[in-house]
Design a protein around this ligand. Sequence first.
Ligand code: FES
Length: 115
Amino acid sequence: MPTVHFAGKSVEAPLGANLRLVLIRARLPLYNSAARALNCRGRGTCGTCAVRIEGKVSEPTRAERWRLRFPPHTPDSGLRLACQCAIQGDLSVTKQPGMWGQHEGDDAETPGDTR
Ligand code: FES
């Protein structure tokens, strides 16, 4: 069973499990600030579940490619939408600052921040 590392914690997940659901069920802070309440619930349209992933997940879906093409995301950011990713091995997942998790560096809010 793959292990997902996120925000200093580790959780086991079945192969093929949806990354967003695994993080939410483990009560890990996938969403920043208002995105906790204001998100598309996994439809791949809001972009607020964006994360940086090291490890193997499914190929980007059509919805994911579409959403990552427009601001605040950029197509070359290397981010993935957790709601569109099926876990295919051990993962290290990082949430960046910003409502969409789009900011590089630490000059904005921290993951899970409620501001
Ligand atoms: S939850 Fe909206 S794009 Fe993933």
